[in-house]
Design a protein around this ligand. Sequence first.
Ligand SMILES: *Cc1c(COP(=O)(O)O)cnc(C)c1O
Length: 497
Amino acid sequence: MLYTSTRGISGLVPSAAAIKKGLAADGGLYVPINLPRFSLSDLEKMCSFSYLHLASEILGLFLTDFSHRELEDALEAAYTKEKFGDEPVPIHMINNKLAIMELWHGPTCAFKDIALQLLPHLLTLSAKKTGENSEIVILVATSGDTGKAALEGFKNVPGTRIVVFYPNDGVSDVQKRQMITTDGDNVKVIAVDGNFDDCQRGVKEIFNDEQFAKDLRDKGFVLSSANSINWGRLVPQIVYYFKAYSYLVETQNIEFGEKVNFVVPTGNFGDILAGFYAKCMGLPVNKLICASNSNNVLTDFIQKGIYDRKRNFYKTISPSMDILVSSNLERLLYYLTKSDPDKVAEYMDELNDSGKYTVNNVEARKLKEHFYASWADENKTKEQIQLMYMVNNYIVDPHTAVALSVLNNYQRDNPKDNFVNVVLSTASVFKFSGAAFGALENDATIADSVEIMNKLSEKIKVKVPKRLSGVTEKPILHSDVVKYEDMRSAVKGFLGV
Ligand SMILES: *Cc1c(COP(=O)(O)O)cnc(C)c1O
């Protein structure tokens, strides 16, 4: 399988090169040139596969320059019992029409673990296959969750180093603790005197600094990113859509061949795009339901065909969805335009120049054929946390609550729809204890802290996962604080160049 850039200028490359590069040289994202499709009989067989078995089948179709042995080894190293428990992605049935797919049983209790535990293995294999001898240095700017998930994924992976920058006053107490207590001899966590934008700008400048890249290369290092635009982060996410479907068949909640809806709390459009790939590969999906918070740029796009990022930015209680430019949407545009890279490039230029673009009628219709979109404000989100707890004795985090609230809108707009709905649950509630506790107590949102995690735990009588409760006992291993101007020298200092 070969990969092309969504903007069409960079040439075709095998998957290892696409994963190693992350972003194509023309600024586009790598997409497979054609989509594999399962026959119904293949799909039916797959319904009895374990998670790892399913993953190796699906990854094998996309990463054809990797051997089966390589993929299986990578999968086994990523999804161990110690990291994920017996079942990497358990499904909780609320009733026979509503399933919650819990994507947060990994090391940092958030769904990004699923991709970020596997990516380091795919990346080191890709480096080897492309003849790269340098050590890979991952740079991450984080507003919280991604940083820790990347640290856990890359720590102690031979041939890699990771440097994470976070805003000194921009992450919660628990998030900070999680990061600065990370062990592993290839990791570095650094606070930046400034906000998240400063961190991100600093990291981007380092990536664009050719002299810096050359200095590093001379010393045997090459920079790379664990960003969600990397194909190696997207492809592992396709697997769990198939897993959910198999589960529903196995447990006889649906008959094989019956369609289901997936409801996805969306930010950068990676998670839901993986669902779109699953649908294109033949998984019986009715609608992909795109759920946004008050930053509802995607709702407008899917409803009207107009992407307009010129709008207020809201800081919400579902912060991982506080995004106005969803980078993975570019991949969807590629398919909407029937693989027309010139058109994609045009839309992206418009977005860059004027902050806005409008797809044509055919594309807008296609968008609505596959997707439904709606959004939930802060009150609706809190209401949903309360409601799920009171009615079903099941507690969800604010991101999952946004999805549940949007599912209500979907059902209101489509009263005859009788498909089973699978809601993707993206974080353990204990990662967002302040918002959840505030919602349950009908109180304002409280800052996340270990104390509030414990209070929430007492209230709902669910134990705090050890990985989160243990952060206060672990020693602090990273205490550097740097100014924005000094981020480069901090990286060099860590690498000893
Ligand atoms: C990253 C994230 C999302 C959004 O996923 P995208 O792939 O960016 O759309 C939703 N919820 C949580 C908890 C996340 O960390």
